[in-house]
Design a protein around this ligand. Structure first.
Ligand SMILES: [Zn+2]
Length: 122
């Protein structure tokens, strides 16, 4: 049995069939499918740092790409790309609302998402 933790916003997003919520859920299930949690690394500060370093270099970590491909297998490539674009919009809104205040972090998160969309379309 796997346990998926999610925010209330995500839970209702899935119930309402929202793209952003479905793509996020299937991306996370992709991590489970590929057993990315096995060494407990996925949720660590170290992993986030690796993601940011990769984003700075215009790259995406392989585990993130694998999770995106899993989502695309179920939801379709175009649908998944649209969901990731909604994540970009959401990230921008969070920054504009002052919920996320680290500008560099926001820019790198968006750059990574844009790169993930490009890679899915290949
Ligand atoms: Zn991920």
């Amino acid at each position: 049995m796997i346990k998926v933790e999610m925010t209330r916003e995500m839970f209702y997003g899935i119930k309402q069939n929202r793209k952003i919520a479905r793509v996020t859920l299937f991306h996370e299930l992709g991590h489970y499918f590929h057993n990315h949690h096995k060494d407990g690394k996925l949720d660590t500060e170290e992993y986030f740092q690796e993601r940011y370093d990769a984003a700075k270099a215009g790259k995406v970590l392989q585990m993130e790409q694998e999770a995106d491909l899993f989502a695309a297998d179920y939801l379709g490539t175009e649908y998944t790309c649209e969901g990731l674009r909604e994540v970009i919009d959401y990230t921008r809104k969070q920054a504009e609302a002052g919920i996320v205040t680290d500008e560099e972090e926001t820019e790198l998160a968006i750059a990574e998402l844009e790169r993930r969309i490009e890679l899915l379309k290949k």
